[in-house]
Ligand binder design. Sequence first.
Ligand SMILES: [Ca+2]
Length: 180
Amino acid sequence: MNQFKIALIAVSLLIFGCGNDSSKYQTGNMYYMATMDDQVAWTESPRNNIISIEDAPSGKMVSSISSDSPYSSTFFMKNSAISAKPLSKVVYSAMVKVSGPEAEPLIVIDILDKDGKSLEWISKGIIDVEGSVNKWVKLTAELNLTENNRNLTENSLKIYVSNGKNRAALVDDIEIQFFN
Ligand SMILES: [Ca+2]
């Protein structure tokens, strides 16, 4: 009987866990996520700056970016491909960890015109870099896309994390949610 109860609890936890996971991936709802693990699993030649570590926020793969290889995986889509309706806002975030205060991970959104020319480049870094050394922190930003013609259907958006410093920064779980 006890074993039966334990089995029931285990099954309930399993169902609960799966429910949580699937609700995180709002497919078809203008939601995108890069876990770095997917890129290793689905790409024959994953980016050379994707490495395996013990304490990754998801799975075991993260991006390690520094001056030699300063960009994380990059979201790049045309506005009209993201949604047929005008976009009003984007909320985007990434988990980042610096190995020293000299690192400077920036979460970046780049708005490009139909010819690929950059119209606006907006970045946000860690406020307290010294206090964040060797800790995973979430860099979150949002942008109103109704201003400055950002949401023209012919424009494209790039979202990524960069670090131009010699000191490495780790990046995982880039999440992007668009709103109409
Ligand atoms: Ca990961």
